[in-house]
Design a protein around this ligand. Structure first.
Ligand SMILES: [Zn+2]
Length: 118
């Protein structure tokens, strides 16, 4: 299995389907690799469009080549927002007071009918 860095370098030849600009290394994120398949996210710096594709590495060593599935446009906001210091501090405050009573937090049925659902 080729590494994520190797894969990202080769995927910079791909272009955004919306504006045609090529993706650069920092705009390509290899989400997961398993059994020769890689799941890759692309974010276009020029127009902000997000896409994803399944990439297959065929062959090994110098003969290795990529087969890239069709770039599927991701719905707006599909990427998870990153956590910041304020989120960590908020969780710290919460855990300091949390008594372990998940039932009152989420409700008896686990569907956030408790304090979180209010
Ligand atoms: Zn674009």
């Amino acid at each position: 299995m080729e590494g994520a860095d190797w894969l990202r370098t080769r995927l910079t030849s791909l272009h955004c389907a919306t504006c045609g600009r090529s993706y650069r290394d920092g705009q390509i994120r290899v989400r997961a690799q398993r059994d020769g398949l890689s799941f890759v996210d692309f974010v276009c710096r020029a127009c902000g469009r997000e896409a994803n594709a399944i990439v297959t590495v065929v062959g090994r060593g110098r003969a290795a080549r990529l087969e890239v599935g069709e770039l599927a446009e991701s719905p707006p906001g599909a990427r998870s927002p990153s956590l910041g210091p304020a989120d960590v501090l908020a969780m710290r405050r919460f855990l300091r007071r949390f008594n372990g009573d998940f039932r009152s937090l989420f409700g008896a049925d686990g569907r956030a009918g408790g304090r979180l659902g209010a």
